[in-house]
Design a protein around this ligand. Structure first.
Ligand code: NAP
Length: 315
């Protein structure tokens, strides 16, 4: 029997790259889509160009023979990503594009679509005094979840939503890359007075959760928050980076409110909020319904991250 064919969008992004390799190593055939210039095939993975997903993409040729889709492509936070109407730009890439893909996938007979949402969608559901104002990214991930659930009801295609917190691993960008850079150079970080609770997930653990969502008969309809395990504070996360790198970590005390004000003044508000605030993923549902557990602890995942990065560094 032919192994199942999985379409992965955003195949050369951080998560997409790891996911395509994980699925191919597990024996799936993988068709990864990229915006343009598809790279040559690798063992078990072929790449095809979708074009810009903010434009209306004709997914039909890419969906031929596909059994399941993992939709990982998304407009994520980009530096200086404001534009005239940021919410409209996020909506085109994250909501309209997801709807177009899902409708065409259902028409093509795809059985299941796994949508990579974000824990920020859960955050955007909360409202009230003292609750952080959601960003266009957060709002559009939640809107996409709602749109996909409507499509599931209308077409019968199975939809599974995963809500990861910050994903770290070899070559992760954004806040993780900044923290790694600071620790590697011995730069003191003003994070010593933060006592928050945040969830994180290693990219390998996320790929394991995605695989469970592709396979498990009880996954459809799930909106699963996932994480490595119990939340940790930002300082403890930085200490875990330091331990794995074998570097001392220098944390200076600084009131979190001051850090947030400085961050906003410097146009780095979301990064400052993210480093100082709470954001906990409750993974009880995926544990109870799918019996999924993160296969690797944060300590071991962090070690694996830096072993892999060292191996990738040209000598
Ligand atoms: N990394 C995290 O901490 C995290 C946390 C929660 C959820 N997620 C979700 O996980 C998924 C993967 O994230 P990631 O960290 O792998 O992000 P990433 O490295 O930025 O990858 C995003 C991918 O989407 C593609 N893409 C973006 N806009 C596109 C467009 N308009 N047309 C075509 N392709 C487009 C990018 O292609 P180009 O390279 O051509 O731009 C890239 O391959 C996303 O859905 C994200 O929201 C990530």
């Amino acid at each position: 029997m032919q192994p199942r064919l999985i379409l992965v969008t955003g195949a050369r992004g951080f998560v997409g790259r790891h996911l395509c390799r994980t699925l191919a190593d597990a024996g799936y055939r993988v068709r990864g889509t990229v915006r343009s210039n598809p790279p040559p095939p690798e063992a078990g993975i072929e790449y095809q160009a979708s074009g810009d997903i903010s434009d209306r993409v004709d997914w039909r040729p890419l969906l031929k023979g596909v059994d399941a889709v993992v939709h990982a492509a998304a407009r994520v936070h980009l530096p200086g990503d404001q534009g005239a109407d940021p919410l409209a730009a996020y909506r085109r890439a994250n909501v309209t594009a997801s709807e177009t893909l899902a409708r065409q996938a259902a028409e093509a007979g795809v059985k299941r679509l796994v949508f990579l949402s974000s824990i920020k969608a859960a955050d955007a559901e909360r409202s009230g005094p003292g609750v952080r104002q959601p960003e266009p990214y957060d709002i559009t991930k939640l809107e996409a979840e709602h749109a996909l659930s409507r499509i599931a009801r209308e077409t019968g295609m199975e939809i599974v939503v995963l809500r990861p917190p910050l994903v770290y691993g070899p070559d992760a960008a954004a806040n993780f890359a900044l923290l790694v850079h600071a620790v590697s150079k011995g730069i003191p970080l003003p994070l010593g007075s933060i006592h928050n609770q945040r969830s994180f997930i290693h990219v390998g653990n996320l790929c394991s959760a995605i695989t469970a969502c592709l396979e498990h008969p009880r996954a459809p309809g799930g909106v699963f928050e996932v994480s490595d395990g119990p939340p940790v504070s930002t300082p403890d996360f930085v200490r875990a980076i330091g331990r794995a790198m074998g570097k001392p970590v220098r944390l200076l005390p600084c009131p979190p409110a001051l850090l947030r004000s400085l961050g906003h003044a410097l146009g780095k508000g979301p990064a400052a909020d993210s480093l100082t605030g709470d954001l906990v993923a409750d993974d009880r549902d995926i544990r109870e319904r799918l019996g999924w557990r993160a296969p690797t602890s944060m300590g071991n995942a962090m070690k694996a991250t830096f072993t892999a990065q060292k191996q990738d560094t040209p000598r």
